[in-house]
Design a binder for this molecule. Sequence first.
Ligand code: NI
Length: 189
Amino acid sequence: MAILKIARMGHPVLSRPALPIADPGAPEIARLIVDMVDTLVDANGAGLAAPQVHVPLRLVLFRVPPGREPTGQEHARSDGDSAQASALEPPTVLINPEIEPIGTGMEEDMEACLSLPGLAGMVPRHDHIRYRWTDTGGAAHEREATGFHARVVQHECDHLDGILYPMRMTDLSTLAFTSELGRSQLPED
Ligand code: NI
């Protein structure tokens, strides 16, 4: 187990396209996944892409926090025990993922990224996607996602193409330090 160092915006590994993984079952991929899970949990993040830990391969992992479960088979969680159990679920690992938007709908929401510590901004994303990936056993999978689930998958997969969320923003005036977001607006005179 190891906590990996996270690359920050400006490091070249974050702006280069990542390479496909030829052998998803390789022992070094299994080790990378274990270390990335440890790193994600340690950083308390929603998702992590391999280039963020200086590995230019097409692998991401993510977890959808309680109350923001995947839609499609969505069910409201009102009881605390279920939410607690959900928080402990291991992250989903996607190898060589591909995204296809469904429809033309977009929605905006705040995003942050472990490679831009302390910052957040409003990012438009497709509100409904289908994504395909390979698991560590080499099996192909496909899933539809909406809402936060769709957003985190798009954010993480963008890392595989050298794209950071500010490059998707349409209103840079919403880019802010999260520590300033709770501040109430100064009264106008
Ligand atoms: Ni990110």
